[in-house]
Design a protein around this ligand. Structure first.
Ligand SMILES: [Cu+2]
Length: 241
């Protein structure tokens, strides 16, 4: 019958004698075709060879996965530094008013005042003309000022001096992990019932009103987005004197 005839034996790779010069031990290697092997012996040897190969493969896969995880974690740590609390803010106030746009009814302004301690700043936001569609609007400090043509899409991304990026949404319960310019992410979006205005005041610990500091916002812009993230309106911060 077929299982006992040579053509049905599975040929196994020859023992790696040729690798002797690379440091392998020149010993007899178990193969399924070793002479004098009984069928049972050959089956057992074959089983152990396959098992050893599988174990080696599993170890290699585990090492690769471990390496990938380590690289991934170190990349995340490098690109996701928490924002430090700003403790040396000056006694200056900045103000940004949205420039009127034909494509939206949204209007408003954000005033950023100093706190007596110099720790953090006090943000006062007031928006009106909010569409009656019960959808939230979001607002941010963007990394570039609005150019003369008023194009809100020329203001770049959010103020993000610590390289957090946009990939993960801001967690309102961990504002130090958010982009510094993500005001609505850290403090809540704009929302109001029909025909009502939206007003809020809060402390932000991570904005700096000191020129030259990484989290300085005084020469940047305020941008309000629709629910689909399109840019509705924008305006530049100026110092109030
Ligand atoms: Cu924005």
């Amino acid at each position: 019958m077929c299982p006992l005839t040579p053509p049905c034996m599975v040929p196994y790779k020859a023992a790696p004698e040729s690798r002797g010069k690379r440091g392998y031990r020149k010993t007899k290697t178990l193969t399924a075709n070793s002479p004098n092997s009984s069928i049972v012996d050959r089956d057992r040897r074959s089983f152990f060879i396959q098992k050893a190969k599988l174990l080696a493969k599993t170890k290699m896969l585990f090492k690769s996965a471990l390496l990938a995880t380590t690289l991934c974690l170190s990349a995340t740590a490098a690109a996701n530094t928490n924002a430090p609390v700003v403790t040396d803010n000056d006694d200056v106030t900045y103000y940004a008013q949205l420039q009127p746009k034909d494509n939206t009814t949204v209007r408003g302004a954000v005033t950023i005042l100093p706190k007596p301690s110099g720790v953090g700043v006090l943000v006062s936001a007031h928006f009106w003309g909010i569409p009656d569609n019960e959808q939230q609007l979001v607002y941010h400090i963007h990394q570039k000022p609005v150019p003369k043509d008023g194009n809100c899409y020329s203001t770049g991304a959010h103020l993000d001096p610590y390289g957090r990026g946009d990939a993960t949404p801001c967690d309102i319960n961990a504002p130090q992990t958010c982009q510094v310019g993500d005001l609505s992410g850290k403090h809540g979006p704009i929302w109001a019932p029909d025909n009502e205005e939206f007003t809020t005041t809060y402390t932000d610990w991570f904005l700096s009103n000191v020129e030259g500091e990484p989290a300085f916002f005084g020469n940047l812009s305020l941008v309000v987005h629709a629910a689909d993230n399109s840019r509705l309106a924008c305006g530049n911060f100026v110092e109030l004197k």
